[in-house]
Design a protein around this ligand. Structure first.
Ligand code: CDP
Ligand code: ZN
Length: 159
């Protein structure tokens, strides 16, 4: 078994909606980012790459490469999942904590888990997404952006 951790932050700017864990959520601002700014998927990718000791998404998908401009982060996740499978692992479980003062995330959690479990080639029961505010403290609390923490457990595939 291998364990991995990921953390990412994206800054608000421009117009919404925002995309989190593959789900588009109406909000007054969007993310300033090279890709779609899906901070939840980026943290998840980094957790998987961390478990594999394969660096982070910054080295796999450099933001200097224009082919990744505005790309759906689900494509990046599926690529990371293919690396995981090539290394002989499958997902044991994944847990994400989205840290956001706004917007309210709870109505979208089931849709997020559905998208992630499709991309991770696993059952929805293996994926948890939760949200918390920072009680208005700090950059998240001041609504400057959104952060996400993720941990994953990978298990060796049978075949
Ligand atoms: O300390 P605790 O996380 O319980 O309180 P909170 O940060 O105020 O979050 C209360 C509830 O709101 C949690 O159960 C979250 O699921 C939900 N929440 C949300 O839907 N969207 C957010 N951006 C933050 C929290
Ligand atoms: Zn990111």
């Amino acid at each position: 078994m291998r364990i991995g951790h990921g953390f990412d932050v994206h800054k608000f700017g421009g117009n919404g909606p925002i995309v989190l864990a593959g789900e588009s959520i109406p909000y007054e601002q969007g993310f300033i980012a090279h890709s779609d700014g899906d901070v939840a998927i980026h943290a998840l990718c980094d957790a998987i790459l961390g478990a594999l000791a394969m660096g982070d998404i910054g080295n796999h998908f450099p933001d200097t490469d224009d082919s990744y401009k505005n790309i759906s982060s689900r494509i990046l996740l599926r690529h990371v999942v293919s690396l995981m499978q090539k290394q002989g692992y499958e997902l044991g479980n994944a847990d994400l904590t989205i840290v956001a003062q706004a917007p309210k995330i709870s109505p979208y959690l089931l849709a997020m888990r559905t998208h992630l479990s499709q991309d991770l080639a696993c059952d929805i029961s293996q994926v948890n997404v939760k949200a918390t505010t920072t009680e208005k403290l700090g950059y998240v609390g001041q609504k400057e952006g959104i952060a996400t923490h993720s941990v994953v457990l990978l298990v060796k595939s049978d075949s």
